[in-house]
Design a protein around this ligand. Structure first.
Ligand code: AMP
Ligand code: GLY
Length: 426
């Protein structure tokens, strides 16, 4: 079989490595892929993940049997719709279903209409009205741009002054472009955060192992928000009891709501949850695999990934048992010095001759330059380890992370520490 994966990050590298485990897979094309992915797939750097006509043309010309569209942008732009039109089976939601991530207003209104627990909120398209609302609101409060903003469209002002500045920056100065034409202002919730990714064919659902992201740049969850500096799985806060509650009050009602709205969701639905004192609530939905959650979740998948993805596409997921390892996984991100602010690219990377069997080096932002692999992004590599316990997985991931080098290499030193502390408390 010939497969095609759209995207170029650590998430896509992890998906590709997992798909390769199926012996029926002959070739995987990565559009565009990256320097490290080139060791596992045929990269096509000239076709970007948002160039839908070129992706469709490539898929047809190369007689691709199955396509996986991983990032949010091509999903929201209808990449799956266009591939389906030319008869190519795909994994991923169509554009209508991708609105669950692409429009916060859509997802918040969906949750309100169908009684799915989430933060109380108001929607504004007029900055003056948003400012007036803030005059009477409690702080901290949460302000979200409606559209996709590379995970950066959420601001949490601590007082009225910061709140007004946030509205001005999103709605008037267009810090996130047209994504900020409408905003959601919502209640600030507290509690541990859990990421749950789930395979769904619109009706049946198979949640994956839960995970915990580390979004802030600095140790102790300080500093700026990033795309994610590391992940662990499973998330110790997500007990079997909470998982059942989420299934009954959030997961199944969300799928039913999407069907009722005429846009059944097929693909990987990401539930960003907060375990509040009043029960689990949805912080956000993503219409795709999380990055770097995928790096710790997929290594624990025992069932063949392509088989699961085909069952999603064929709407036969109810007939498939999806199995997971009992162990744990950890991923430590190696970033370019300065990230998430400005940073330099093109630093030569050096790798150990070999790594332990339970360790995988995942490339998020790398490129081939002559005989070298060089840095080509803020998040450069993800060092993932699986082990029977989280403690061992973290030790192995950090040991391997120390053996990889490039100028300016930066990582957090406390990935997984909060999870380890939580396990002692439980
Ligand atoms: P997002 O970019 O949507 O993933 O949001 C970034 C982060 O903002 C989340 O991971 C939460 O930590 C935080 N956040 C979003 N919404 C809320 C909320 N209603 N209450 C508290 N924190 C929130
Ligand atoms: N790690 C969070 C995300 O993928 O949006």
């Amino acid at each position: 079989m010939k497969l095609l994966v759209v995207g170029s990050g650590g998430r896509e590298h992890t998906i590709i490595k997992k798909l390769k485990e199926n012996p029926a897979v002959e070739t995987i094309y990565a559009l565009p892929g990256n320097g490290g992915i080139a060791a596992d797939a045929v990269c096509v750097p000239e076709i970007g993940a948002k160039d839908i006509p070129a992706i469709v043309e490539f898929a047809q010309a190369h007689a691709v049997d199955f396509a996986v569209v991983a990032p949010d942008d091509p999903l929201a732009l209808g990449c799956v719709d266009r591939l389906h039109e030319v008869g190519i089976p795909c994994f991923g939601p169509d554009a209508k279903a991708a609105r669950i991530e692409a429009s916060k207003v859509f997802s918040k209104n969906l949750m309100k209409k169908y009684g799915i627990p989430t933060a109380a909120y108001e929607v504004f398209n007029d900055p003056a009205k948003a400012m007036a609302y803030l005059e009477t609101a409690d702080f901290p409060i949460v302000i979200k741009a409606d559209g996709l903003a590379l995970g950066k469209g959420v601001l949490i002002p601590q007082n009225l002054e910061e709140g007004k500045a946030a509205v001005k920056s999103i709605m008037e100065d267009k810090a996130f472009g047209d994504s900020g034409n409408e905003i959601v202002i919502e209640e600030f919730l507290t509690g541990p955060e859990v990421s749950v990714l789930a395979f769904t064919d619109g009706t049946a659902i198979r949640p994956m192992v839960s995970s915990m992201d580390h979004k802030r740049a600095g140790d102790g969850d300080t500093g700026l928000n990033t795309g994610g500096m590391g992940t662990v799985a499973p998330n110790p806060y997500y007990t079997a009891e909470i998982a059942q509650e989420c299934m009954d009050t959030i997961f199944l009602p969300t799928l039913a709501a999407m069907r009722a709205e005429g846009c059944p969701f097929k693909g990987c639905l990401y539930f960003g949850l907060m375990l509040t004192p009043k029960g689990p609530k949805v912080i956000e939905y993503n219409c795709r695999f999380g990055d770097p959650e995928t790096q710790v979740v997929l290594p624990l998948l025992k069932t063949d990934l392509l088989t699961v993805m085909q069952a999603v596409e064929n709407e036969t997921l109810a007939d498939l048992e999806v199995e997971w390892s009992d162990g744990a996984a950890a991923c430590v991100i190696l970033a370019s010095g300065g990230y998430p602010g400005s940073y330099e690219k093109g630093k030569i990377m050096t790798f150990p001759e070999s790594t332990a069997a339970n360790v995988t080096i995942i490339h998020a932002g790398s490129k081939i330059s002559g005989d070298n692999l060089v840095t080509n992004g803020g998040r450069v590599l993800g060092i993932t380890a699986t082990a029977p316990t989280l403690k061992e997985a973290l030790a192995d991931a950090y040991a391997a992370a120390a053996t990889v080098d490039f100028e300016g290499k930066y990582m957090r030193s406390d990935i997984g520490q909060r999870a380890l502390r939580a396990m002692e408390e439980v």
